[in-house]
Design a protein around this ligand. Structure first.
Ligand code: 6R9
Length: 622
């Protein structure tokens, strides 16, 4: 079993870390508040979320907090009108936040740009008007194939401001994947960059776009907007392509925020499942805004002086919720870094923390394990005393890495929050608050309003200490609100497997204190550096090779990345294994899916173990 090593280290962990007295005094939400919130949510879930919603601005209030009449098609804040961007920008420029830094961005070569809320508001409005000039309106889709740049944030917000739906494709994904997304999402506009810096190299993104759009995969695609970043030569198709700078130059810095229904779509985010094809999940303006705002402020105990840094790429849900929307909704300063954490050397992140006085740092266990290899020398070279809260997400946080972060980055002064959530949930679901008692390796308890449990395949609770399936039993506001593609099938996957409960796809156990320990995926999904990849996706990539007959992929433990893929392959008649073929197949996966999908090894077999119905038995491999 691939999670065994992690599991063993989790099972043997008994240390607890209590909050420092100062934290208990200063925290906005103290243990009593937390208890009261849990009690309120237990007796009246709607009142709890209604209170959270009251902290934001609405053009029209809801008729119902949560309409459960057509469960599991829950509708949050039905009847309400709002716009998430109005809450992320306009609301702040009417207050002292107007001149506060909204975004601090640092490029990999060391250049930096900063935007106050007012400056960001103006930039977003300009691009919103530019998009309108290209014919983009409410309900239209826009694909963003962009790295970590201010214009990425601007593009997300500009779309949402005019009611268009953004769909980000991670800049590390290949042209083939982009093409698939474009075909499925059918955007009116694609926004990209000429190139960007990554690990000392320029990644030429526009070239990938050109490759992806050969022979027009999208019916409604009219324009490609290209941001200048790396000053590399690109081909511009005069009928289709325009420079971002040219588009916004003459646009006015004012554009009204479109009045949206609470359940109007805000963005589409794809996530890997058990089939070869990622699912396109939709999040909407109202519920997502309430859930992300509340969890951001509570989990990170937000203060007016905070500088918040989430190191996730905006191409993933973590970047959407806690690099862009959460911090801006809360009116805090969010930090974004373009490049690689080891460039030019392994202290880059600590350099950024000290330079900008980052107070809250939210990252992934893989990132910590990567930096851990270099020991404490690098963190010691920098002043990390501004930090007060640390967090991680995306994959099981092994005890060793947790303790390393606690001791070497937080110097024993900062709580390390291990937060569990998913693309599907939109917001943090199971997580400590800075005032919680921490157990390294545990995501502690569900947040107020979240009814999570560990059950068997029939939905019966399993005894404490025993592994089972992680489920959520009651709706929550940032839950995905729609699906592109086959809605029935996707809804059945999440809600019918264990009737009446949301099936998360993770294995977990609860201990005697009600603390949750996440052990890994329950399905055929790999977690490579916190990125979800279906084994079927890797198998499809391999079988595209003309010499490959069949492929089966399993996850194997990796000390840094948590998991990597191992492939078993049978070849077509007349072909034999060779080092060249080995290399070619690895390269094939890289080309098809992008560099994040790492195939550690490939084993050639005469045949693969099968069930009587012909399905590959992956459990007998690995
Ligand atoms: C936010 C995000 C979700 C999957 C999830 C689980 C794994 C996330 C975790 C964790 C252990 C944590 N996961 N947080 N596993 N401990 N704290 O990562 O979304 O990309 O959709 O992945 O990641 O397996 O089901 P997403």
């Amino acid at each position: 079993m691939d999670h065994k090593e992690t599991l063993d280290s989790l099972l043997h962990e008994e240390r607890v870390f209590r909050p420092l007295p100062q934290m208990l005094i200063e925290a906005g939400v103290n243990p009593q508040d937390l208890r009261a919130a849990r009690e309120l949510a237990e007796v009246d879930l709607c009142s709890y979320w209604e209170e959270a919603a009251e902290e934001l601005d609405w053009f029209k209030k809801w008729e119902q907090v949560c309409d459960i009449s057509d469960a599991p098609n829950y509708r949050w804040f039905s009847g309400a009108r709002c716009n998430i961007v109005y809450n992320a920008l306009d609301r702040h420029i009417e207050t002292v936040n107007k001149n506060r830094l909204a975004l601090i961005w640092e490029g990999e070569p060391g250049d930096s740009r900063q935007y106050t809320y007012y400056e960001l508001y103006r930039a977003v409005n300009r691009f919103a008007n530019g998009l309108k000039a290209l014919g983009v309106g409410k309900g239209d889709r826009v694909v963003l194939y962009m790295p970590q740049l201010p214009e990425t944030v601007i593009a997300m917000l500009a779309c949402a401001r005019i009611g268009a739906v953004h769909s980000m494709v991670f800049s590390g994904f290949s042209a083939r994947l982009l093409r698939e997304r474009v075909r499925e999402v059918d955007p009116r506009v694609v926004v990209t960059v000429d190139g960007f810096y990554r690990n000392g190299q320029v990644i030429r993104l526009k070239e990938e776009v050109d490759r992806a759009l050969l022979d027009d995969p999208a019916q409604n695609l009219e324009s490609v907007v290209v941001v200048h970043r790396a000053n590399v030569d690109v081909n511009m198709d005069s009928a289709r392509d325009c420079w971002y700078e040219d588009l916004v130059r003459h646009e006015r810095p004012h554009a009204p925020a479109e009045i949206m229904a609470a359940d109007d779509p805000l963005f589409i985010m794809h996530t890997s499942g058990t089939t070869g094809k990622p699912k396109g999940l939709v999040h909407s303006h109202g519920g997502y805004m309430v859930g992300v705002h509340r969890t951001f402020k509570w989990v990170f105990d937000l203060k007016p002086t905070d500088i918040f840094w989430c190191s996730a790429d905006p191409g993933w849900i973590t970047g959407h919720s806690y690099l862009v929307y959460g911090p801006l909704l809360a009116g805090t300063t969010t930090v974004m870094y373009e490049g690689h954490s080891l460039y030019p050397q392994a202290d880059r992140l600590w350099n950024i923390v000290s330079k900008y006085g980052v107070t809250i740092f939210y990252t992934s266990p893989t990132q910590i394990r990567t930096l851990m290899r270099f020991g404490h020398r690098y963190p010691e070279q920098h002043d990390l005393s501004s930090l007060r809260i640390l967090g991680a997400v995306g994959e099981p946080f092994n005890t060793e890495a947790w303790l390393w972060m606690y001791e070497n980055i937080g110097k024993g002064q900062c709580p390390v929050l291990d937060t569990w959530w998913q693309t599907e949930t939109g917001m943090i679901m199971i997580s400590p608050l800075p005032v919680s008692v921490l157990k390294p390796g545990s995501v502690t308890r569900p947040l107020p309003g979240i009814d999570a449990d560990v059950v068997d395949a029939e939905g019966n609770p399993v005894p404490d200490g025993k592994g089972g399936l992680l489920v959520i039993k009651k709706p929550w506001p940032a839950m995905f609100s729609d699906v592109i593609g086959d809605r029935e099938e996707v809804m059945a996957h999440y809600w019918k497997r264990i009737p009446g409960m949301f099936y998360a796809g993770d294995v977990a156990r609860k201990d005697e204190d009600g603390y949750f320990w996440i052990q890994g995926r329950a399905d055929d999904v790999l977690n490579i550096s916190g990125h979800r990849i279906g084994t079927a996706e890797v198998e499809c990539a391999l079988t595209k090779h003309p010499q490959v007959a069949e492929a089966a992929v399993v996850g194997v433990v990796d000390k840094i990345k948590g998991q990597v893929a191992k492939a078993y392959v049978t070849l077509n008649h007349g072909f034999v294994e060779s080092d060249d073929l080995h290399r070619e197949l690895k390269e094939q996966v890289r080309r098809e899916l992008g560099p994040i999908v790492i195939v550690r090894s490939i084993e050639f077999r005469d045949e693969l173990p099968k069930t009587s119905s012909g399905k590959i038995k992956r459990t007998e491999l690995g």
